[in-house]
Write a protein that binds this ligand. Structure first.
Ligand SMILES: NC(=O)c1ccc[n+]([C@@H]2O[C@H](COP(=O)([O-])OP(=O)(O)OC[C@H]3O[C@@H](n4cnc5c(N)ncnc54)[C@H](OP(=O)(O)O)[C@@H]3O)[C@@H](O)[C@H]2O)c1
Length: 229
């Protein structure tokens, strides 16, 4: 896609990856609307990219839909959606709390799916959908059963979406490894297991924007390096 003047909604712009992606897309000439849950961090990103902030809660699919509608109204349409919403949870699968599992799947799967459905409706004949899943979709990990299962479900859904909408939507699934954003310290429950040394999130951000500009399908981590393909 041509990023110059592209109308882009970044959902989860209040987070580390989302904020950096909003900034880089803005730098590359896109018109970016920042949406998040935390009002202050979302407003800070919005003021950097020069648009009105939008607030939503991913567990509330009506608010996901309303956010996409408001972004499209503000931008006069929508060319791309970037979903950077996500939350982790740690601990043995058999010990997980029902409420935590529900919230994790709502934030990591159901909310992103609702955002994408609403964006698809707003995009018309062409559009780009970028969603952060995770390497765990390919490498389910002990003490991260729910997070692995959620990301795997999301990645599978994106694959089907890509097939169904191949003539209309470019679907980019981003599956990075453990990053330096501190996500593991904001988990819904539990303590993280021993994780590999964090990979720089700035490199993922650059790769995602490259993937968008070149209409690629995924950003993955292979043999210690990011691959855009
Ligand atoms: N960091 C990693 O190691 C890593 C690796 C692979 C994939 N990922 C994925 O990359 C994405 C971004 O993660 P990050 O590293 O940038 O972490 P982050 O800084 O914690 O960002 C997470 C984002 O999710 C949002 N969020 C959480 N719960 C929400 C809810 N109920 N409603 C609306 N928004 C909600 C947060 O919003 P607020 O801040 O406004 O609450 C924030 O914008 C996630 O999907 C994550 O799973 C991360």
């Amino acid at each position: 896609m041509d990023l110059q003047d592209a109308r882009v909604l970044v959902a989860g712009a209040s987070g580390a990856l989302g904020g950096q992606l909003a900034d880089l897309l803005h730098e590359r000439g896109a018109r970016v609307v920042a949406a998040g849950r935390d009002a202050d961090r979302t407003a800070a990103v919005a003021s950097r990219v020069g648009t009105e902030p939008l607030l939503f809660d991913a567990v509330d699919t009506d608010s996901c839909r309303a956010t996409v509608t408001a972004a499209a109204e503000q931008l006069g349409g929508l060319d791309a959606l970037v979903v950077c919403v996500g939350v982790a949870g740690f601990g043995p699968a058999v010990d997980a709390d029902d409420a935590v599992v529900e919230e994790l799947f709502a934030v990591d799967v159901l909310g992103p799916m609702a955002l994408v459905r609403a964006a698809s409706a707003a995009m018309g004949e062409r559009g780009t959908v970028v969603v952060l899943s995770a390497i765990l979709a390919d490498l389910p990990t002990a003490r991260m059963a729910e997070y692995s299962a959620a990301k795997s479900a999301l990645a599978t859904w994106l694959e089907v979406l890509r097939r169904e909408e191949r003539r209309r939507l470019t679907v980019v699934d981003v599956r990075p490894p453990h990053l330096d954003t501190g996500l593991d310290g904001r988990a819904l429950a539990g303590e993280p297991p021993r994780l590999p040394a964090p990979f720089p999130s700035a490199d993922v951000v650059t790769a995602v924007v490259e993937a968008m500009a070149a209409d690629k399908r995924e950003v993955v981590f292979v043999d210690g390096a990011l691959v855009v393909r």
